[in-house]
Design a protein around this ligand. Sequence first.
Ligand code: G3H
Length: 540
Amino acid sequence: MKEERLNIFPSFTDIPSEYKIELPIEQTEYLINGEIRVWNGDKRKVYSPIYFKEGNSFSNYIGSYPMMDEATAIDALNSAVQAFNHGKGEWPAMGVQKRIECLKHFVVLMREKRSEVVNLLMWEIGKSLGDSQKEFDRTVDYIIDTIEAMKNLDRSSSRFVIESGVIAQIRRAPLGVALCMGPYNYPLNETFATLIPALIMGNTVVFKPSKLGVLLNRPLLEAFKQAFPAGVVNTVYGKGNNVITPIMESGKVDVLAFIGSSKIADQLKKQHPKPHRLRSVLGLEAKNPAIVLPDADLDETVKECVLGSLSFNGQRCTALKIMFVHNSIIDKFLEKLSAGIDALKLGLPWDDKVNITPLPEPGKVEYLNELIDDAQKHGANLINKSFGGGKSNKTLFYPGVLYPVNSNMRVYHEEQFGPIIPVIGFDNIDEPMQYIIESNYGQQAAIFGSDQSQMAELIDTLVNQVCRVNINCQCQRGPDVLPFTGRKDSAEGTLSVSDALRVFSIRTLVAAKGTDANKEMLSGIVRDNKSTFLSTDFIF
Ligand code: G3H
């Protein structure tokens, strides 16, 4: 390997001006009760995955954000509780059409901040320029699609039903206060994928950005403030123990939307004093396998496997995290896989056509090295070592392929969430199937092959183990209108544009015996627009 491939970290002065940020970014602002307040307390320092040379030394310090205390977190919660006001608050009582107008206003304001947010995505989590832009645009599209889905939902509820002499109108009503927490790998998109449906359904929200990827939300605070009534969106920052534990222990959270680890999700749920009152929407770990059959188109398969395991350096919950390859083709597969990885470009997020970028999690490179050492100790080889597999420079890590992997190795069980590809050879399809059955996770699988009967048999078994079976392509969440969920420790609840609206609401109905007096009353209420709920208004 040419060592200079890893030497990517620039002098600050050499960074193209459009991607330079003014350093440091000291965020003091937070949003509570419709006010952008200023924090004067402790701060958490923000370190970028991108090191840059200043003088003779490297730095990666880019700023800080508030480390809130318990009292401030409770202020944020109470502001959301007050804005909901048992369903009588301005927002939940507003009616769908008006809420949609607020969301549209937010989209206009959000779009103005595109380049600022995209830049911060690159600096805070090391996501490439193209993927950062995609994340922003996908999020805007998600909001627009959610608005359309909301209109459809409302249209189908804009009528009365008459059943066994009972007249009823059925709608979906908000649940109350939602606590939304997203992950660092999609800090904008996955946070908004719960925040937006929660809002449009009439809930009020406390939102905590993930530990990495906080500053990129700052440009949107003003948009939240302007687009929504006071208290509808509130932000908290800081250590989970200080800010999230008291919020959960208060018992005032009605919906927990959390994307992260099952361990933390379980702890949070237990902190709620009335767990049965808490609705949870969780996106958790996964260890999605690829199964490569002897008759797979090897070039296409390797292309998908490289993409599936290494897009955003493997830091996707949907990434392919273990590969089972039929022994009859394993040598060719490994050869092509190593070559496919070698063709990837290592670099800074804004470099043209870059694939592998610096990793944002502190200690991640050390963790990946531990996984490699452990696997080697138990008999695996680092197949692409001569290309540079497993080499690193600061936060940049050249992807490593480990083979043959077995159950004694940590990488067989742990979700590496990074650029390491464990490969296992198999003779009998029962071997990968047994792995999937015994796994703690059940999000997706990818199968590669061309024999229709064998593929059909695999599909029929896998659909009862995971929640999406991908045929001759990598695992992924999109398009966002498709349901996204998982079994076992991989998820709770289903997210898609339309499913998310259901998750953040509950079916509620008004029913009356079909007497003349009741008919007269219902007609009068509807005719004179006396109720927001009882209404046959149609949103065009
Ligand atoms: O990290 C998990 C994301 O939901 C994956 O989304 O498959 O579109 O990259 P993606």
